[in-house]
Write a protein that binds this ligand. Structure first.
Ligand code: ASP
Ligand code: MG
Length: 470
């Protein structure tokens, strides 16, 4: 079935009965043309609320738990009342109550333990998506579009890294096709929960925050969908964050590689891992705005016609630069580097950029500030002997930095581009601290002083004329 359309609705597109009606209208319109499978996020802010409730539970704060549970119930019950015709409400309200009961049971267990085991957290937070999928499927069905809510724990198979699991594509292909194809072939529209999955032996997992985009691309890939449309609340992928750069524009077409680089370097439109499952089959992705149906959106494709060159600039402010340096010249620099990277991997911190200098046997790398404490603990344990005996200098951390990344296919071919970027930054009197260019030459990363980050982003956007259609 190669005309299958996969669509994903994000939290704001599912944020209220009114938003769900608009999403439902989009589904209905497309369903008239071809088979559709839908992936939904939890209603906006619900995942945060669920996580917060579990923290209250862990701390034994019963009052905090109860307040949150009431909010949770209110939000979904109200949406249900506004969305569904009377004759369908009782059934849906019972289902909502059952799912909330499950959440309450897990939260109660966490309260008793005084601890939040990652696998219980994963089982509990998936409740947000189960509730929104239930509402959306019931709404579509009430509108005459046969639909069924499906828990992704039944279709997406992952490794057991709770909180940040990775899909196992072959088992997922088998399970997803076995569960979803019969529905699709009999004219039913599956509404699948985003964000979650389960291990081979059925333990619930999640794909990391913002993971519903990834859920949708996994399913689009294994179901051989012809397109994936990702509905958000912005007009598409932009040449820069419009809050920083007033002249930023929506990019009409962008390659998978560019979109992935942008996502990994802080652009918020797509979960960074989204594109990988689509590359092999070249399934195109549209990033669209459910709040502005007239906007064409951004099309993400294997290749884009037209001139190469810088296409967008992104930035990240919440980062830290960590410098590791050997004090003893007899220490093997490559070995130090490999051990540092192993320590980083152990802490699960993501390496955003790295530079090294061979002569001083030092190198530095950039990570998210949220991951700094875990990374430092892991590095200091890994090098405890060398640090204690002075073979290595104390590990330095600089939190007063920001990362910006200029992304574009074939920038290597654009002579003098790096020079222009650095000149534009210096013209603003912003200090450049480190520079890294990936071997793909798709991205130039520059670490600057934090207070100059926004200025530097605007200067580059201007210099490279990113706001102007080529
Ligand atoms: N609801 C999850 C989150 O807030 C997943 C998603 O929305 O993509 O992280
Ligand atoms: Mg999202």
């Amino acid at each position: 079935m190669n005309s299958l359309l996969a669509m994903k609705f994000g939290g704001t597109s599912m944020g209220s009965a009114e938003r769900m009606r608009i999403a439902g209208g989009i589904c209905a319109g497309e369903r008239r043309q071809r088979p559709v499978v839908v992936v939904v996020s939890a209603m906006s802010k619900i995942t945060d609320l669920l996580l917060d409730t579990l923290r209250h539970a862990e701390g034994g704060d019963r009052a905090g738990m109860e307040t949150n549970l009431r909010l949770l119930e209110e939000r979904h019950v109200n949406a249900c009342r506004e969305l569904l015709p009377e004759e369908r409400r009782v059934k849906a309200l019972n289902e909502i109550a059952a799912i909330l009961g499950e959440f309450r049971r897990i939260a109660g267990g966490i309260e008793m333990l005084g601890e939040r085991p990652p696998r219980s957290v994963d089982e509990a937070v998936a409740v947000g998506e189960r509730l929104s999928a239930l509402l959306m499927a019931a709404h579509l069905d009430a509108e005459g579009i046969r639909a069924e809510a499906v828990n992704a724990a039944e279709v997406i198979v992952t490794d057991p890294v709770f909180g940040n699991a990775t899909p196992l594509m072959e088992p997922t292909r088998q399970k997803a096709r076995a569960r979803l194809m019969p529905l699709i072939e009999s004219g039913v529209l599956p509404v699948v929960t985003g964000f979650n999955g389960a291990t081979v032996d059925g333990r619930p997992t999640t794909l990391g925050r913002g993971g519903s985009d990834f859920s949708a691309s996994i399913l689009a890939g294994v179901l051989d969908a012809s397109d994936l449309w990702i509905w958000t609340d912005v007009d598409g992928i932009m040449s820069a964050d419009p809050r920083l750069v007033p002249g930023a524009r929506v990019i009409p077409e962008i390659t998978y590689a560019e979109a992935a680089e942008l996502a990994y370097n802080g652009a918020k439109v797509l979960h960074p891992r989204t594109l990988a499952p689509l590359v092999e089959k070249g399934i195109p992705v549209w990033s669209k705005n459910s709040f502005n149906l007239a906007a064409p959106g951004t099309k993400i494709v294997p290749q884009v016609g037209g001139p190469d060159g810088p296409r967008a600039v992104t930035s990240m402010g919440n980062v830290a630069l960590v410098s590791v340096e050997a004090a003893d010249p007899e220490l093997n620099g490559s070995l130090v580097m490999s051990r540092a990277l192993a320590a980083l991997a152990q802490s699960n911190a993501e390496l955003l950029a790295m530079t090294s200098s061979s002569y001083r046997q030092s190198f530095c790398f950039l990570i998210r500030r949220a991951e700094l404490a875990a990374a430092m603990a892991s590095l200091e344990t890994g090098f405890s002997l060398e640090l204690a005996h002075g073979y290595m200098k104390p590990i330095q951390v600089d939190e007063n930095v920001g990362l910006l990344a200029v992304v574009g296919e074939g920038m290597r071919g654009t002579q003098g581009l790096a020079g222009r970027i650095f000149t534009a930054i210096s013209r603003e009197n912003v200090n450049i601290i480190a520079i890294a260019q990936g071997s793909s030459e798709l991205t130039i990363c520059v670490v600057v002083r934090r207070e100059g980050l926004e200025k530097a982003v605007r200067a580059i956007h201007d210099e490279c004329q990113l706001g102007v259609a080529p």
